[in-house]
Design a protein around this ligand. Structure first.
Ligand code: IVH
Length: 676
């Protein structure tokens, strides 16, 4: 890589991490999960290690957190509030230990005591005591200056306001973590995404009477400046804190070798879900204060301490129940309802169990203790069961042999191609005969890639089903709007909005129409192939004749499975009635073949932000219809970035770096000779 590229990449990472910090520290908003943040920080530090010319003033190696918000008065920390470097593996921990030995010129036989303290995932605070009185309380801020949040901190019961013990120093800045217990977070989960955000938000209330309503807790673990502190080690300091009336973590322990540190790490990671608060790792500190002093600091973290983070993707929890969800194809999907746990900043309370075979293979049961994994945007799943923790009276889970919704028998189909029985068990009813299947089919009918009806979300579909307003897709175009207007929570305005969005979708492209019917094995691409082949939308009705369906076999991408599925679909009376009715109620456009020589030929586009009166899928289709290409990442090959409302800033910044043309929706529509 050349220097320019490295610099651009580095600067891009720095601006991203500052954007994340700003959002987290000033706006109390977590944009990405913690592990993504840690990963980004790690990448920046690695780049700086590798290339001397990288030295940004806003690098996380130079700064901590973000400038304090303007809502509170700023006060300088007498001793800066630093951060810790992270260890993610056994090797990282061994390195930390070795570096200390080298620095102190100790040989490997000399023992170094290490204090191991669970790292509470909260908000750090500094409490200044003068003459045994709590006088000022500060947030971390940017590490150099914090916000004066004294009044809010005073509302916390765990923070002693005056201390009687004679051994308490004349002046001291006690530091620790403010947090919310998981069961208290339950009542706040509609306002905040995780307990840490809730703690941060509550601490930054302008009105301390609001803060008082939130059951914040405080655990102390270190100090900043002091006058008259007479302790020699972290262990002694933690004991003194208890004596003075502070809460400390009951899992703090001191060890003198790596093997025990790792055992403790594993033990606490397993116990993590039993704790009443979130922890995201273990903090290790050299116990002896004299050694700490000799070791000193690198950049903005101490050489004598490190945070050993837990895997950001996994967590241990308990299965409270196993529910069976029914999909639009009748597939029965078991879902484990688990005791909510925080995995990488996201609260997880459901984990997919995939299918019956998976439950049998892993012998997953209600009340089991399980290891759950959540990676990226994929639905969390269960990795393994801790058999040692299985209760004595536990019973094997019996998969329902009858559909829980309609009572039809459930079946596992035989797949002719793989010559194997399907792992998935399905409801054997004919689609619309099963309530749950019907509701799911209607949800699919109005979904983004299908009819894309704004205002007919999943919850509304369910409600309208219960009220008998929608039972089949055609009901959507014959709604009783008077009745809707009079429903609880509705009114003229919302009714009119719904009517408007439905009326707008009475014109639909042929391929979207086919896709929306939810014929098994016919996805969007298959629907496109069929539309392209039939050309005129009215030809779709010819498929009511079985022989015509056979003719589709010649299409590349339509095989035996698809043909059988289309036949089954039309053989069902309800389905054929739905198709016929829809043809009478709406206008289905003929297939519009893509112009291979359209005005956007050879140009690539990327969309960011919300467009006016147009979904992402529609905009994409419009670009493709005019021979343009839509991509999902900014690169130097990109020609245009189309920017809508609330765009992703990162995309705009990268586009500027790569000198990509940035245009708005109307400029783009002009390129297509359309006005927006
Ligand atoms: S010591 C110089 N001890 O982790 C290091 N920090 O990135 C001072 N934390 O800002 C921190 N538990 O918010 C320390 N037992 C503990 C901790 C702890 C949680 C947090 C704290 C700090 C961050 C370090």
């Amino acid at each position: 890589m050349d220097k320019k590229k490295i610099l651009a990449d580095y600067n891009h990472k720095i601006s991203r991490i500052n954007e994340l910090n700003k959002s987290y520290y000033q706006l109390n908003k977590t944009i990405v999960p913690d592990f993504e943040f840690d990963q980004l920080k790690k990448e920046i530090l690695e780049l700086e290690n590798q290339y001397d010319f990288l030295d940004h003033k806003n690098s996380p190696s130079k700064t901590v957190g973000y400038k304090p918000s303007r809502n509170f008065e700023k006060i300088k920390h007498k001793v800066p509030m630093l951060s810790l470097s992270n260890a993610f593996s056994k090797e990282d921990l061994e390195n930390f230990y070795k570096k200390i030995q080298n620095y102190l010129e100790l040989d490997s036989s000399q023992i170094i005591d290490i204090s191991a303290e669970p790292k509470i995932d909260g908000i750090s605070a500094s409490l200044i005591y003068k003459n045994r009185q709590f006088v000022t309380g500060l947030s971390r801020g940017d590490g150099k200056e914090g916000e004066d949040i004294t009044e809010n901190l005073k509302t916390i019961i765990d923070i002693p306001k005056n201390i009687k013990d004679p051994t308490f120093p004349d002046e001291i800045d006690i530091r620790g973590e403010v947090f919310i217990q998981n069961n208290d977070f339950k009542n706040l989960s509609d306002k905040f995404s995780n307990p840490r955000n809730a703690a941060s938000g509550s601490l930054r209330q302008k009105d301390s009477t609001e803060t008082k309503k939130i059951p914040l807790k405080f655990i102390a673990y270190t100090f900043g400046y002091e006058k008259g502190l007479k302790v020699n080690s972290q262990e002694e300091f933690l004991d003194s804190l208890k004596k003075w009336g502070f809460k400390t973590n009951h899992l703090n322990k001191t060890f003198n070798n790596i093997t025990d540190l790792l055992k403790n790490y594993k033990h606490i990671e397993e116990k993590r879900n039993e704790l009443t608060f979130d922890i995201d790792g273990i903090v290790y500190k050299v116990n002896d204060f004299k050694l700490q002093k000799r070791l000193g600091y690198v950049a903005n973290s101490p050489r004598w301490a490190i945070a050993h983070k837990f895997s950001a993707f996994k967590g241990v929890s308990n299965i409270l129940d196993i529910e069976i969800q029914i999909g639009r194809t009748g597939a029965l999907t078991p879902v484990a309802k688990i005791k909510p746990i925080n995995i990488g900043g996201v609260i997880v309370s459901n984990a997919t169990l995939h299918n019956e075979d998976e439950i049998i293979r892993k012998d997953i049961r209600v009340n089991d203790t399980v290891l759950v994994e959540r990676a990226g945007d994929v639905i969390p799943h269960i990795i393994s069961v801790d058999l040692k923790k299985r209760p004595g009276n536990s019973k094997k889970f019996v998969f329902p042999k009858k559909c829980p919704s309609c009572g039809s028998i459930t079946i596992k189909e035989f797949n002719k191609t793989t010559k194997k029985t399907d792992a998935v068990r399905r409801c054997s009813s004919e689609g619309y005969e099963c309530e749950k299947v019907s509701i799911e089919k209607i949800k699919h009918f109005v979904s983004k890639e299908a009819f894309n009806i704004d205002g007919l979300g999943k919850k509304i579909v369910e409600k309208f089903w219960q009220l008998n307003l929608i039972r089949y897709p055609y009901d959507i175009f014959k709604l009783d709007y008077k009745k809707i207007e009079n429903l609880d929570g509705w009114g003229k305005q919302s009714m009119n909005n719904l009517k408007y969005s439905i009326d707008q979708k009475k014109n639909i492209s042929f391929e979207r129409f086919i896709y929306s019917l939810g014929i098994r094995h016919i996805g969007f691409e298959g629907a496109k192939l069929i539309a392209k082949n039939l050309k005129k939308s009215k030809n779709f009705l010819t498929l009511l004749n079985k022989k015509k369906i056979e003719e589709l076999k010649n299409l590349d991408g339509i095989g035996e499975t698809q043909i059988k599925s289309i036949k089954d679909f039309f053989a069902n009376y309800t389905n054929s009635q739905i198709v016929k009715s829809l043809f009478n109620l709406i206008y289905i456009e003929d297939f519009n073949s893509i112009d291979e020589n359209g005005v956007l030929k050879g140009q690539t586009f990327l969309l960011t932000g919300k467009l006016e009166k147009m979904s992402r899928a529609e905009a994409k289709a419009l670009i493709e219809k005019n021979s343009g290409n839509v991509v999902s990442n900014v690169s130097k090959k990109l020609d245009y970035l189309i920017v809508g409302e609330k765009p992703t800033k990162r995309k705009i910044e990268s586009a500027k770096e790569f000198k990509v043309k940035i245009i708005n929706q109307s400029e783009w529509l002009k390129m297509l000779n359309l006005t927006g």
